[in-house]
Design a protein around this ligand. Structure first.
Ligand code: NAD
Length: 374
């Protein structure tokens, strides 16, 4: 009798904020692509440049995570479908995969009134992660932070995002911070991050207004046009809109948007970015940019752009891209900050060019190296 076929290695994706809009779209979307229900539109790593990189197949990804709410994932998917974020019939078509991921979601923290110390929380999160890897017989698990944006951290105490990042290090898991929250960037974690031997990437996914800024900023600079002012306004609802109604959380987000301009233009133009919470818009974001610039002989001109995007549909494929790339980087022995993934982030770790085209060239070279490292 012949031996049963070996099961292909399975890779875990542990989502912090696993019941949120982005996380739910990641789980439902991965199942939809695996089942061939939708083409991989928006997924960078399905392009030909990545075909020989040895990335884990979408069908090999196993999802779990932490959240502090208890809304079941299938119900969350139905809510997103009702809001037009997910295709109408998708929650039913991928009900089994949503239920499987839901069984792997554990209550995180800190919860209101939580009396556990930082060390106790890190230890609990680490144990949850190890249990996920063991139960599912995973070769590795990538931790991805897609929880609500925190206010900028001040003081010595580790914010929740850093407690989770510390747990990822302790459990030996590569880490991706898709949010502007502190995560691994806390000074108290710097030594452990450097010594951990694990690859990590972040911060804050570049999905809409900042993506456009990273493409347009270099255009103005290369054409020697003088940008006098760059102002932006964002209207959005959903959980992210509610979280960013807090000026401290919005400040964390806006710092990244402004940094992209400073890095690509070489100067900081006048102008501010505003984020308004408009609950009626749900996950649908309108981002308006007004760019005042001078041309030849000081002639004054203006470019205005209006980006109307569905936030979770923009973010979810990038989370899948990042999980695959960082898992493969870990497999090939890479460690430390992955600046080559700057293409995906507003505020990239490590050293990286600021212009989108240069970031894409670095990503493609990175993909080639991952393939060569077999
Ligand atoms: N285009 C995009 O959608 C995009 C782009 C860049 C960054 N982001 C970031 O991704 C994150 C998720 O966005 P979203 O729209 O899914 O938000 P969301 O509000 O729908 O989901 C966030 C989830 O995090 C959970 N959470 C909050 N505190 C937690 C904690 N301490 N532990 C575990 N879970 C916790 C919440 O309960 C919620 O389920 C946000 O920080 C957002 O800024 C999104």
């Amino acid at each position: 009798m012949s031996a049963p076929p070996a099961r292909s290695p399975r890779v875990g994706v542990w989502l912090i904020g696993a019941r949120g809009s982005v996380a739910t779209t990641v789980v439902a979307g991965c199942a939809a692509l695996t089942a061939g229900l939708h083409p991989p539109t928006g997924l960078v790593t399905e392009g030909p440049e990545f075909a020989d990189s040895g990335l884990p197949a979408l069908s090999s990804l196993v999802f779990g995570g932490h959240d502090t709410t208890d809304c079941p994932l299938p119900k969350r998917a139905e809510q997103l479908a009702a809001g037009g974020v997910l295709p109408h019939r998708l929650p039913v078509a991928v009900a089994a995969e949503l239920a499987a991921a839901d069984r792997e979601i554990t209550t995180g923290g800190p919860l209101p009134g939580d009396t556990r110390t930082a060390e106790e929380l890190i230890a609990a999160f680490t144990e949850d992660l190890r249990g996920f890897v063991r139960r599912n017989d995973l070769t590795r698990a990538v931790v991805v932070n897609v929880a609500s944006t925190e206010p900028v951290a001040t003081g010595d105490d580790l914010p929740p995002s850093s407690l989770y990042a510390a747990a990822a290090l302790r459990a030996g898991c590569p880490y991706v911070n898709f949010t502007p929250s502190t995560g691994l960037h806390h000074p108290a974690l710097a030594e452990q991050a450097a010594a951990g031997g694990l690859p990590y990437a972040g911060r804050d996914g570049k999905t809409g207004q900042t993506l456009l800024r990273a493409a347009l900023g270099p255009m103005f600079a290369q054409r020697a046009l003088a940008v006098r002012a760059w102002s932006g306004t964002n209207l959005l609802g959903g959980g992210d809109g509610a979280a960013l109604a807090d000026p401290a959380a919005a400040a964390a987000k806006n710092a990244g948007k402004e940094r992209v301009l400073a890095d690509t233009l070489g100067t900081v133009p006048e102008g501010e970015v505003h984020i308004d919470d408009v609950p009626a818009l749900g996950d649908w974001k309108t981002a308006w940019d007004h760019i005042a610039f001078d041309g030849f002989l000081g002639t004054r001109m203006v470019l205005q752009t209006t980006w109307q995007g569905c936030d979770s549909a923009l973010a979810a494929p990038l989370v899948l891209d990042l999980a695959r790339l960082v898992a493969r980087a870990h497999e090939t022995g890479r460690s430390g900050p992955l600046g080559e993934l700057a293409f995906f982030f507003k505020d990239p770790v490590g050293t990286a060019p600021a212009a989108l085209a240069a970031q894409y060239a670095e990503l493609v070279e990175f993909a080639r190296q991952l393939g060569g490292a077999r």
